[in-house]
Design a protein around this ligand. Structure first.
Ligand SMILES: [Mn+2]
Length: 382
């Protein structure tokens, strides 16, 4: 009897085995269908999969460099590809190419007939089209697109186990996915369909996120495995709109997304003091989380700036760093001046503050700063 059974088992295929022991044997652990990751496939998988980002100008190129370096620092085994628009300067392309495996210039005007035609109809969607060109990277079988305003905090190579189109919910409308981080399969067919769709239907939000959500319109309901956990696309907006959740789960974050108008490169950095300084836009316009912002600048100062300095040589460029000499002069100047006689900052009752918060008038730099909110939360949660 036993001999007979052993003789039978090798001729059963995977589905037959599954029928025999459905509870113990899952398809993904079946040795017949799952190739040994140690053999050839491991090497192949790594070279035909890539992280892809996009820079349309020199500022976004800096963001792309920080992102690329953060992926390198966390030992990604995948290729790194940067798509750059025609306006990215030569020194920036040069610096990008020392971090990325491939730097591809995407010029919509030079691309195929479909893209060109579509653009002629909708010139307003030019920048949006640029992102859709990532589907044309058919030398790769699977890619993870990441916005240039994202940064990774740990290795995220496991994202390549997901299928197209996998993405995390958007914090503003969670039935839409956020297009800052998504898994996709390059394909000329999908590329053409996307461009045609974009030209015919436009974008409900004016950007790529609207187009992609309309095109992959079953994302919200069809397959939960295509919903990436929020920790793969954590935005500052979400941090401030649900602070207790951030306190509970924030330490698990793997990707931060500097969503909103103000980007890390809009600030300046004092490398000597290790401090990020305010930007030129008025306070209250979506302040970024201070710890992540500092991490961005530290990475920029340590690994990206030396590359830019090498590429630019003697040509001056906007490094974003505060000149120590000017700073010292300012301090000297301030210490010589009498104390300013400006009126003290307006104080609000807690009821007024609540009303202002609910009306979106958030004093991120003062009463409603992250440190203050955290202190308050700690007093509640103790
Ligand atoms: Mn973004």
């Amino acid at each position: 009897m036993t001999r007979k059974m052993w003789g039978l088992i090798p001729v059963l295929d995977c589905s037959q085995l599954l029928r025999l022991c459905p509870s113990q044997c899952k398809p993904f652990v079946c040795p017949i269908t799952t190739p040994d990751p140690q053999v050839d496939s491991a090497h192949r998988t790594m070279s035909d999969q890539a992280f892809v980002t996009l820079a349309t100008n020199d500022n976004y190129a800096k963001g792309a460099m920080v992102l690329g370096q953060s992926l390198r620092n966390h030992n990604t085994t995948r290729k790194l590809v940067a798509l750059v628009g025609p306006h990215v300067s030569e020194p920036c392309r040069d610096a990008l190419s020392s971090i990325f495996d491939e730097v591809c210039v995407v010029d919509v005007m030079e691309s195929g007939d479909t893209a060109h035609l579509a653009l002629m109809k909708r010139p307003d969607l030019g920048v949006t089209f640029t992102k859709l060109h990532c589907w044309a990277l058919t030398q790769y079988s699977k890619c993870v697109f990441m916005d240039a305003d994202t940064m990774v905090l740990s290795n995220i190579d496991e994202l390549f186990e997901r299928e197209e189109l996998s993405a995390a919910p958007d914090p503003g409308w969670p039935d839409c996915f956020n297009s800052g981080v998504f898994v996709f399969r390059p394909s000329n067919e999908t590329h053409e369909k996307l461009l045609t769709f974009c030209a015919e239907n436009g974008s409900f939000d004016g950007g790529d996120q609207g187009v992609l959500n309309s095109f992959f319109n079953t994302w919200a309901t069809a397959d939960i495995s295509k919903h990436l956990p929020f920790i793969y696309n954590l935005s500052s907006i979400a941090i401030y709109s649900y602070l207790p959740a951030f306190k509970q789960y924030g330490h698990e974050a793997k990707v931060v997304h500097f969503l909103g108008k103000v980007k890390p490169w809009n600030y300046t950095y004092d490398a000597q003091r290790g401090e990020v300084r305010g930007h030129t836009l008025s306070p209250g316009q979506n302040q970024l989380h201070p710890n992540y912002l500092l991490m961005w600048w530290q990475l920029y100062g340590k690994s990206v700036l030396p590359l830019l300095q090498k590429s630019y040589g003697d040509t001056p460029f906007n490094s974003g760093l505060i000149e120590a000499s000017n700073e010292d002069k300012l301090h000297e100047y301030l210490s010589e001046q009498p104390a300013p006689s400006s009126p003290p900052a307006q104080k609000f009752s807690s009821q007024e503050r609540k009303q202002r918060w609910e009306a979106g008038q958030i004093d991120y730099m003062g009463d409603d700063s992250f440190a203050n909110i955290e202190r308050k939360l700690d007093s509640f949660l103790k």
